[in-house]
Ligand binder design. Sequence first.
Ligand code: FMN
Length: 241
Amino acid sequence: MQEHQELIEWTSVEEVILNRRSTRAFKNEPIPDFMIRRILEAGRYAPSAGNSQPWKFAVVKSAEIIEAMEKDAVKVARLFMWLLDYNRPSFFRRVVLKPYTKLIIRLQKNQLHPVPFGLLSEIAKGNAPVFHGAPTLILLYEDVRGVSCPATDIGICGQNMVLAAHSMGAATCWIGLVKLLMYLPKWRKFFGVTYPYTLNDLIAVGWPKVKSDGIVPKEVQLVDWYEGGMNSRPRVERQGE
Ligand SMILES: Cc1cc2nc3c(=O)[nH]c(=O)nc-3n(C[C@H](O)[C@H](O)[C@H](O)COP(=O)(O)O)c2cc1C
């Protein structure tokens, strides 16, 4: 069986998985509605714990709304950096506030991890956009009443959408930074984000403006293979080499 698998080419699904990249430059022309519906369908058919389907979707195609989202997200990014960037040249900030800001960063360690923190800083300086000028945004609401871990279900659902979009030649980018807007009651009200829903991610979708630079290397994973009995140690395989 294994020999047989090694002989065959990548399947079309594997090809899409391997070639998909996040795109951050989109053409103005949106993808047609029928494609958006097909992408939503891929999400709707995602597996979920207990088949609870703890999601709700919204499609934003209005340039006016997307522009307003962009402006407000940048404002929140600026506020965050004003509050949290303790390296700014101010004695009060560097010495007095530093321990408190460090504590906040530690408590919000996922949200304020160096990668999003670095991006946030660039957004605040006006060097990077939040929604990348995408003509269409698919909002992924999470129903917190979902069985087990609804965030996992949302990830699977969104990835189904992303892969479906790429299989049709469209480009996507997950935007976790939509969370910036959720600090503003105005946007929570606008998009109806009230219990039981939260909005942590959206998917920007459109036609790519640039050609992706192809498959990028990913970390090699050390995978334990348990093939012997209870008393034997797993064989470690370097996956990806
Ligand atoms: C849940 C999630 C949230 C993300 N949020 C953002 C985001 O807010 N802005 C952004 O530019 N990219 C975002 N990304 C894209 C990642 O940066 C990207 O997937 C990663 O760098 C790997 O690159 P690749 O998608 O081209 O393989 C997000 C990805 C995921 C899965």
